[in-house]
Design a protein. Structure first.
Length: 80
């Protein structure tokens, strides 16, 4: 149950930070990614889709591991 609480607390903290610290309501993580000039909408969609899957996978890993170091493994696709 500790993992579930940690995920819910992280989500609530992220919501609070977004609500209180965001300067521009049109700004988001994937909207401000530096896509190259001429990047078509399909390629941009694929990048956003993979990013969303990586976030989901990271959450699932956090919920289903006993070693607290394993969630760090999923940082590469999210931060890379």
């Amino acid at each position: 149950y500790t993992s579930c609480f940690a995920v819910l607390a992280s989500s609530k903290s992220a919501d609070w930070a977004t609500h209180n610290l965001r300067h521009n309501s049109f700004e988001s993580t994937t909207a401000t990614m530096p896509y190259w000039e001429g990047c078509n909408s399909t390629t941009e969609y694929v990048f956003k889709y993979v990013y969303a899957l990586s976030q989901f996978a990271a959450t699932m890993v956090c919920l289903h591991v006993s070693n607290p170091a394993w969630p760090l493994v999923v940082l590469l696709p999210i931060q890379g």
